[in-house]
Write a new protein. Structure first.
Length: 319
């Protein structure tokens, strides 16, 4: 018995298990450090300089590139904040549709009916197409002179050169293109909700809407958080649709922040200013993501955790 107990104690020592864990993590940490941490650090270094890829002399500026983004007299102030405003417009306009429509679609595809697998694949199919394919295809479909959309509906709308039709077209194309991905994620979440919860709710007299509010939505909370955060990030990083369909027009009204950053860094060879813009955008998106997590948190579980912590502190103080 003493030998077996000693063996169990040796196996339970934290030192050995920690080493094994680090060894398993080493390949990922190596890739993460090489392709994420180092480029991020190098980007911050670039943002502190007057960085021109075509010149060897790259003077150190400190935080000047960041300060210029808040100086109305600087040349990058207006383009950057115009791009940020356009990014905000697109995000606010597209995210509600990309959260609600895929949820409704997933609820429909989760029910049992003939051909369900076919329709799941059909709705997901557009997502596998590249943004260049989507952009070129919809640029011709939305053309105001010979586009198929105007021909079908008998309208004479300039979808790519007039507002608000340019935004309506971009949002519609994005929803059509990406809603299948969110629907698949919702379907995975719906499959994890136990059937007995719906059965218990039905026995209590809950209707379909009540089951949706009290069973489906709480069960989908982690999935909703994931979809909301990733959809906001994807919409805020929209580039290809606007670049391919509207070219940022009319009058730069659909020119997003990513388009401004790309043009500043690669077309104008002002990489330091472009890097500062990108980190300011990243900071804004990080704050929005934290806000989403806070708003979507499980308040009941948070209250229970706080109560348990208070009880433990009270017990320790009593001893």
């Amino acid at each position: 018995m003493s030998t077996a107990s000693a063996a169990r104690r040796r196996q339970g020592r934290p030192g050995g298990s920690a080493l094994v864990g680090y060894l398993f993590m080493a390949p990922y940490l190596l890739l993460f450090g090489t392709f994420v941490v180092l480029p991020a650090g190098y980007g911050i270094w670039i943002s502190l300089h007057d960085w021109d890829f075509t010149l060897l002399n790259r003077p150190f500026l400190g935080a000047t590139n960041y300060a210029d983004l808040f100086d109305p007299a600087s040349i990058q102030f207006e383009p950057f904040w115009n791009g940020m405003g356009n990014t905000l417009i697109f995000t606010v306009a597209s995210v509600p549709f990309l959260v609600a429509i895929p949820l409704a679609l997933a609820l429909l595809l989760h029910s049992k009916f003939p051909g369900r697998t076919f329709f799941r694949a059909l709705y997901f199919a557009p997502y596998v197409l590249g943004v260049a394919v989507i952009g070129i295809m919809w640029r011709y479909l939305l053309d105001g002179n010979f586009g198929l959309v105007n021909a079908i509906f008998g309208t004479d709308i300039q979808w790519t050169t007039e507002q608000p039709w340019a935004w309506i077209g971009l949002v519609g194309v994005t929803v059509w293109w990406t809603m299948g991905f969110n629907a698949i994620i919702y379907l995975a979440g719906l499959g994890d909700i136990p059937d007995h919860l719906y059965e218990a709710a039905a026995l209590d007299g809950a209707g379909g809407w009540q089951r949706f509010l009290n069973v489906t939505l709480p069960g989908l909370r982690p999935v909703l958080i994931f979809i909301l955060v990733t959809t906001v990030l994807a919409s805020a990083n929209m580039f290809g649709q606007s670049y391919m369909i509207t070219q940022g027009g009319p009058t730069e009204s659909t020119k997003t922040a990513i388009m401004v950053i790309t043009e500043t860094g690669f077309s104008q060879n002002r990489a330091g200013q472009a890097a500062a813009m990108s980190y300011l955008l990243a900071l804004a998106l990080a704050l929005v993501s934290l806000l989403n997590f806070w708003l979507m948190r499980d308040r009941d579980a948070a209250r229970e955790a706080r109560a348990q912590r208070r009880a433990r502190r009270a017990g320790r103080s009593a001893r």
